[in-house]
Design a protein around this ligand. Structure first.
Ligand SMILES: NC(=O)c1ccc[n+]([C@@H]2O[C@H](COP(=O)([O-])OP(=O)(O)OC[C@H]3O[C@@H](n4cnc5c(N)ncnc54)[C@H](OP(=O)(O)O)[C@@H]3O)[C@@H](O)[C@H]2O)c1
Length: 284
C-alpha cells in the first residue's frame, strides 16, 4: 500500500482550515498544522506553532510535506516573499485558497482583499509552483461574526456587501481535499471558482438564518463611518477594517454560479439555508 501523504494545512484553526484538517484525517492523510496557538490544533494532527510570515517556521513546517493547503489571511502580499521562497525550495503540491473577487481582466483589483489574492496567485505562479487555485466565494461561516448581535437581539447591523453566491465552507473543504489528495501526475487545472447555488444579499442571509432560528431577523446596513468605528471598537486591526470597508464600497455584485464544487466533489454545493439549519445552535 502506498504511504499516506503528509499534508500541511495553514490557517488550520480557522473556519475553513479546521474543516480541511478533519477531512484529511478522515481520509487517512498525515496532517501537519501551521497555527499561531497550539490550542487550535485538532487531536491527531501535528502542530507547528508560528507565523506564516516567518520563513524559519515555514521551512520547519514543510519538511517531508507532499502537499500544502495554503491560505493567506493577511491584507497584502509584501510579507509573503519568505513563504514563497521556502515553498519554491521545497516544491510541494500547492493548493491556494483565493477569492472569486479576483478579476483576471482588471489591472488593479476592486479592493485590497481581492488585490492580495491576485498578488498571491501571481507570486506562486512566478515562483514556478504551478499551484492549483481555488477561488472561493463568500464563506457561509462568515455569518458566525453575527452571533453576538443575534444573542442580544434580532437585528444584524453591519456594512452592506454586494450580493454573491455564498458558499458553504464544508463544500470548499471537500473540494480542497479532493485536489490535495489527487494524483500529482494528473494535469493541473484551475482556477476553480467555488460558489454556492444562490446569489444572496446580506439581508437574504439574515432572513434564512431567521428561518433556521425560528425568529424574525433583520439586516440593517450601516454607513461606512459607523461600521468602521464599531469594527475598531471590536478590536479588529485597522488595515483589515479599511479593507472590509473598501470591499463593501467597491466590490461589484457577482451573479456567477458555477458547478465547480460538484466537479471536484461529485455532489452539488449546499445552500446557505442548510448551513443555517446545521449551525443554528451556535446563534442561541
Ligand atoms: N471568509 C471568506 O468569505 C473568504 C472568501 C474567499 C477567500 N477567503 C480566504 O480564506 C481564508 C480563510 O478563511 P476563514 O474564514 O477560515 O478565516 P479564519 O477563520 O479567520 O481563519 C484564518 C486562520 O488563519 C490564521 N492566521 C491569521 N494570520 C496568520 C498568520 N500571520 N500566520 C499564521 N496563521 C495566521 C488564524 O489564526 P488564529 O486562529 O491564531 O487567529 C486563523 O486560524 C481567509 O483568510 C481568506 O484568505 C475567505
Amino acid at each position: 500500500m502506498p504511504e499516506a501523504p503528509t499534508i500541511l494545512v495553514t490557517g488550520a484553526a480557522g473556519n475553513l482550515g479546521s474543516e480541511v484538517v478533519d477531512r484529511l484525517e478522515a481520509r487517512g492523510a498525515r496532517v501537519r498544522c501551521l497555527v499561531r496557538r497550539q490550542a487550535g490544533v485538532r487531536a491527531g494532527a501535528e502542530p507547528v506553532v508560528g507565523d506564516l510570515t516567518d520563513p524559519t517556521i515555514v521551512r520547519a513546517a514543510l519538511v517531508g510535506v507532499d502537499a500544502v493547503f495554503l491560505l493567506w489571511p493577511l491584507i497584502d502580499a509584501a510579507s509573503a516573499h519568505g513563504l514563497i521562497a521556502e515553498l519554491a525550495a521545497a516544491a510541494p503540491h500547492v493548493v491556494y485558497l483565493s477569492s472569486t473577487a479576483v478579476d483576471d481582466q482588471a489591472v488593479r483589483q476592486s479592493d485590497p482583499i481581492a488585490q492580495v489574492h491576485a498578488d498571491m496567485e501571481a507570486l506562486l505562479r512566478d515562483a514556478g509552483l504551478r499551484p492549483v487555485v481555488l477561488r472561493s466565494d463568500t464563506l457561509a461561516s462568515n455569518a458566525r461574526g453575527w452571533a453576538a448581535q443575534l444573542r442580544a437581539g434580532d437585528v444584524v447591523a453591519g456594512p452592506d456587501m454586494a450580493r454573491t453566491a455564498v458558499v458553504d465552507e464544508r463544500d470548499v473543504a471537500d473540494a480542497a481535499v479532493a485536489v490535495l489528495l489527487a494524483d500529482r501526475g494528473q494535469p493541473v487545472h484551475g482556477p476553480y471558482v467555488l460558489t454556492g447555488p444562490e446569489v444572496l444579499s446580506r439581508a437574504d442571509q439574515v432572513d434564512r438564518l431567521g428561518v433556521a432560528l425560528r425568529r424574525r431577523l433583520r439586516f440593517q446596513a450601516i454607513p461606512a463611518d459607523l461600521a468602521r468605528s464599531r469594527m475598531l471598537a471590536d478590536g479588529r486591526p485597522e488595515r483589515l477594517v479599511e479593507a472590509l470597508i473598501a470591499a463593501s464600497a467597491r466590490r461589484p455584485e457577482s451573479g456567477r454560479i458555477t458547478d465547480h464544487v460538484e466537479r471536484l466533489t461529485g455532489r452539488p454545493a449546499g445552500t446557505f439555508a442548510q448551513w443555517a439549519m446545521d449551525h443554528a445552535a451556535e446563534f442561541s
